[in-house]
Design a protein around this ligand. Structure first.
Ligand SMILES: NC(=O)c1ccc[n+]([C@@H]2O[C@H](COP(=O)([O-])OP(=O)(O)OC[C@H]3O[C@@H](n4cnc5c(N)ncnc54)[C@H](O)[C@@H]3O)[C@@H](O)[C@H]2O)c1
Length: 474
């Protein structure tokens, strides 16, 4: 019979044992899976600026794909990225030429937001599978048009770069929520706080590198930062918001930018559940996870417990702490609620001991890591950057035809939230998510006016088709 997990006693191990075991594991030869080159998905990357070039680096680690083409209007970015790719990709300055390249099966799109729709549309029409960075689209009409277009191309994969969906930590917390471990989850707090955030480069609006700061090209903090956390809230709550209210300000960076430099929003989900969101550009402190991480993270709050979590970078991978809700205090002892509380590290399968199959060293190493977590000497981290997982998953879905976790509907819901949140802040009103259903659709032609003397015809007596309403739905 296998020993249950709870019988593990990580505290029995000294720190020296831990380090010894860890070193032994680290020096064990890696087992490499070799993928047949002919099976590798031949892909091109459109837009190799900051994100595109980062994705190229991560894609290079995967033997399930082969970079055969790159595209950027900026020759320097194109040349620099091409130089680091060992597969000698063809270089294009016009994305339509890359899409006409028959060798390209799939494209990764990492251009500025205002170009996402046109390039994704053209890529689908050219028969390519698409991975497009978040936010998927920019405007309400693009939400409707992309949904219709994707329905015409059901065999092509469309994935959005919402990498939290691919994190084991985020998947584990989703399972805790679904299994009731946190009780009823009523609130999520999320933040992405930077200092100083985006800076204006010389040239203002004429410099393409400043695209994020101008409304013609960008959805601002909503599209660039909040989109990630709204997607997580939708996923964790298993629902979309009913309405959003928010305050956005352009209060601190007087450099000619047009987008807000700080935003605070509240999203109301069915059942009164709420997401509270904040993005600022004047302080990067993150008051969760023992303040060991900066900038972004979220707290998921339920009637039986809470989880603090974040996704990091290549050097600081995702992590999470679970806090069990204390026993109900009596009125006379309510002061006790201010006592210390210790977060329990949520561990990934990589640190879960398999008593039947793990080798001695593997088991010791796992227990040692858990001991370090338990002592607060180490923050438990996911073993893999979810960006690697999302890209690997995209390539695998291209081959298998499986539906991506961050698929079209996930991407469109996320874009809808971005679009409606900006409207809520711009128009200073409560915006209902149902409004997207009529927003951005062509206005039906007005019925012909009848001559005053003619008797009213049944057609004229019928009420005119409603124009898209800007009034909140009840
Ligand atoms: N998922 C994430 O965590 C994440 C992180 C960062 C950025 N992003 C997203 O990636 C996208 C790109 O952001 P970025 O930071 O790389 O911006 P960037 O400005 O650094 O890069 C954009 C690149 O696109 C190129 N480009 C512009 N027009 C083009 C065209 N018509 N054809 C080909 N190339 C063109 C530019 O020359 C530039 O090199 C954005 O949508 C952003 O939100 C996602």
């Amino acid at each position: 019979m296998s020993k249950p997990e709870t019988m593990a006693k990580p505290n029995d191990f000294s720190r020296r044992d831990a380090l010894k075991a860890g070193a032994a594991i680290a020096s064990a030869p890696a087992i490499l899976k070799v993928y047949a080159a002919s099976d590798a998905v031949k892909f091109g990357v459109i837009g190799v600026g900051s994100r595109g070039s980062y994705l190229v680096d991560h894609l290079a680690k995967l033997d399930t794909g082969r970079c055969v083409a790159l595209c950027d209007v900026n020759q320097q970015a194109l040349d620099e990225t091409a130089r680091k790719v060992s597969t000698h990709p063809r270089k294009y300055k016009d994305y339509r030429e890359l899409l006409a390249d028959k060798d390209v099966e799939a494209v990764v799109i990492a251009v500025p937001l205002y170009l996402h729709f046109a390039i994704t549309r053209d890529a689908l029409e050219a028969g390519k599978h698409v991975f497009c960075e978040k936010s998927l689209v920019f405007k309400a009409d693009e939400v409707h048009a992309l949904r219709a277009l994707a329905a015409e191309h059901p065999k092509q994969i469309l994935q959005v770069g919402l990498q939290r969906r691919y994190s084991l930590y985020f998947q584990s917390v989703k399972k805790m929520i679904d299994d009731g471990v946190l009780g009823t989850v009523t609130h999520i707090h999320a933040q992405w706080h930077r200092n100083p955030g985006w800076t204006m480069k010389p040239g203002g609006k004429d410099n393409p590198k400043n695209w994020r700061l101008f409304r013609e090209y960008s959805g601002g903090l909503m599209a660039e930062l909040a989109s990630h956390h709204i997607d997580v809230a939708d996923w964790f709550f298993g629902a979309h918001p009913e309405f959003v209210v928010g305050v956005g300000g352009l209060d601190f960076w007087k450099d000619g930018r047009e987008v807000f430099d700080n935003i605070q929003l509240i999203y109301s989900y069915p059942g009164g559940r709420k997401l509270m969101y904040s993005a600022i550009t004047t302080c990067q402190h993150l008051p969760i996870l023992c303040s060991q991480r900066p900038e972004f993270g979220l707290v998921v709050m339920g009637t039986a417990g809470a989880v603090e979590m974040t996704l990091g970078s290549d050097n600081a991978l995702p992590t999470a702490l679970w806090f069990r809700e204390p026993e109900q205090a009596t009125a006379s002892a309510s002061w006790a609620q201010a006592g210390p509380q210790k977060g329990i590290p949520i561990i990934t399968p990589a640190t879960q001991v398999d008593w039947n199959n793990d080798s001695f060293l593997s088991r010791e190493s796992k227990l040692a890591r858990r001991w370090l977590y338990d002592k607060g000497l180490m923050l438990p981290q996911e073993d893999r950057n979810p960006v690697d997982t999302e890209l690997e998953s995209f390539l695998s879905d291209v081959r298998s035809g499986n539906r991506p976790r961050a698929d079209l509907e996930v991407g469109l819901a996320d874009s809808t939230a971005v679009i409606l949140s900006n409207i809520a802040m711009d128009e200073n009103r409560r915006v209902y998510f149902k409004e997207i259903e009529t927003m951005g659709l062509p206005v039906p032609p007005a019925p012909a006016t009848a001559k005053p003397s003619a008797p009213p015809s049944p057609a004229i007596m019928k009420p005119a088709a409603a124009a898209p309403s800007t009034e909140p739905n009840p």
